[in-house]
Design a protein around this ligand. Structure first.
Ligand SMILES: Cc1ncc(COP(=O)(O)O)c(C=O)c1O
Ligand SMILES: N[C@@H](CCCC[NH3+])C(=O)O
Length: 421
């Protein structure tokens, strides 16, 4: 089932034509399908349960799309939240996701952030290094609580894919090394203010081959067996996120069902509960970015630029990772021509794609960047003093603005006249 299809008024999200949203909200604008978000979450969780994994904690990775309305949709289905900052913990709580379903990860959590997470009663703080463990112990002692921690272990496995988003090799900044995990776990178990409850790993993102995940998960199983063998208390194994999605007509990446079967095989009958942190697989194909063509600029030597009103500050993935997003005209057009699709920002990197075959388009027409629901709006900025791109959620034949475009007055009011001290 696809909730982004052409209807009588062009490309629509569920029952709402994108052209209608663009007319009412303006462009650029992100548009998400509630039905797709719900389906992706349900399919992912049901695949795990179907593979025999009992009561998994599916902690949606908030960083992929952190709009509170999106988190609410997922939270109502029972999703937990994988968070990496106090801001994300606050977003999850604001969406009604209870502390006991929140995982707090990240290599550089600050004292105040740790205190906030402990007060919120998060399910686990994923510890990424020994100095961080010491800081968590200190903060927990100050608050007079026992911090539930899980050790994020770096399994030293190459996930494949783009180097900027691979996290599972020992040269990457993430997690404690395998060699030191058992020692740290045992030490923490004897600390009055620490309660180690498990181990975690996350080897990268947009992973389309299950082999590295299988290898990492088998290593994690071995570690849990070792810890249990040493008489330590382990109740949860967090296997992270990372499952890839199709960004175009590529060979389909592994389905959630294939992923779940692989997990069940790799983990076998380990007597611990499993947690997962999927982001992209839930949100990417639940959203599009709609933009309007400003000009078609043809150079005499043959270059043809489609200058649109979205830019790298709104969707940075092409500039940052050379990522491919399918671009579709909102109103179907026939014919083919090649365009470099570019935004208005003063950088050559503000190029979404080069030499892309598209139907001929004119100023004022709309295009949609597909698969933009994850790491789109969440990574947007106001570079070039462009207002932060708004977001819309569609539910059947109605839609709601879930983040409004700020006015220029609001943007400028954030810069304050210096009051020197
Ligand atoms: C610790 C952690 N968990 C989960 C995710 C979500 O990854 P993805 O969106 O690829 O599922 C990430 C990002 O890669 C991450 O760093
Ligand atoms: N932001 C990246 C993925 C990084 C995932 C976060 N650990 C993307 O757009 O593909």
């Amino acid at each position: 089932m696809n909730h982004f299809e052409y209807g009588p008024e062009g490309l629509a999200c569920e029952g709402v034509p994108l052209a209608r949203i663009a007319a009412e909200v303006g462009t650029p604008v992100y548009v998400y399908s509630r039905a797709t978000l719900e389906r992706h979450f349900t399919v992912f969780r049901d695949a795990l349960v179907g593979a025999g994994i009992v009561d998994p904690l599916v902690a949606y990775a908030v960083k992929a799309n952190s709009n509170v309305a999106v988190l609410k949709v997922l939270g109502e289905l029972g999703a937990g939240a994988d968070t990496v900052s106090e801001g994300e913990v606050r977003r999850a709580l604001a969406a009604g996701i209870p502390g006991e379903r929140i995982v707090f990860s990240g290599v550089g959590k600050k004292r105040g952030e740790i205190a906030f997470a402990l007060r919120a009663g998060v399910a686990e703080i994923n510890v990424e290094s020994e100095p961080e463990l010491n800081l968590i112990a200190e903060v927990a002692a100050e608050l007079g609580v026992k911090a539930k921690v899980a050790f994020r272990v770096n399994p030293d496995v190459a996930a494949g894919g783009h180097a900027k988003i691979a996290t599972g090799k020992s040269e990457n900044k993430f997690g404690v090394s395998f060699a030191e995990a058992a020692r740290l776990y045992a030490n923490a178990s004897n600390h009055a203010h620490l309660e180690p409850i498990g181990v975690a790993c996350h080897i990268g993102s947009q992973i389309t081959d299950l082999t590295p995940m299988r290898a990492a998960f088998a290593k994690m199983r071995g570690l849990v067996e070792q810890l249990l063998g040493e008489g330590l208390h382990v109740e949860r194994l967090d296997l992270g996120g990372g499952l890839g999605v199709p960004y175009f007509d590529m060979p389909e990446p592994p389905s959630p069902a294939e992923f779940a079967v692989m997990v069940a095989e790799a983990i076998q009958d380990l007597p611990v509960k499993l947690a997962f942190e999927p982001g992209r697989v839930i949100a990417a194909n639940a959203g599009v970015l709609v933009s309007e063509v400003i000009h078609v600029h043809e150079r005499p030597e043959g270059k043809r630029f489609l200058v649109i009103d979205a830019a790298m500050n709104d969707l940075i993935r092409p500039a940052m990772y050379d990522a491919f997003h399918d671009i579709r005209p909102v109103i179907p057009r026939t014919g083919e021509t090649t365009y470099d699709v570019v935004g208005p920002i003063c950088e050559t990197g503000d190029t979404f794609t080069r030499e892309r075959l598209l139907p001929p388009l004119a100023a004022g027409e709309l295009v949609a960047f597909m698969s933009a629901g994850a790491y789109g709006a969440a990574m947007a900025s106001e570079y070039n003093t462009r207002p932060l791109v708004p977001e819309v959620l569609v539910d059947g034949d109605r839609f709601a603005v879930i983040r409004a475009r700020p006015s220029y007055e609001e943007m400028l009011a954030r810069d304050v006249t210096p009051e020197w001290v």
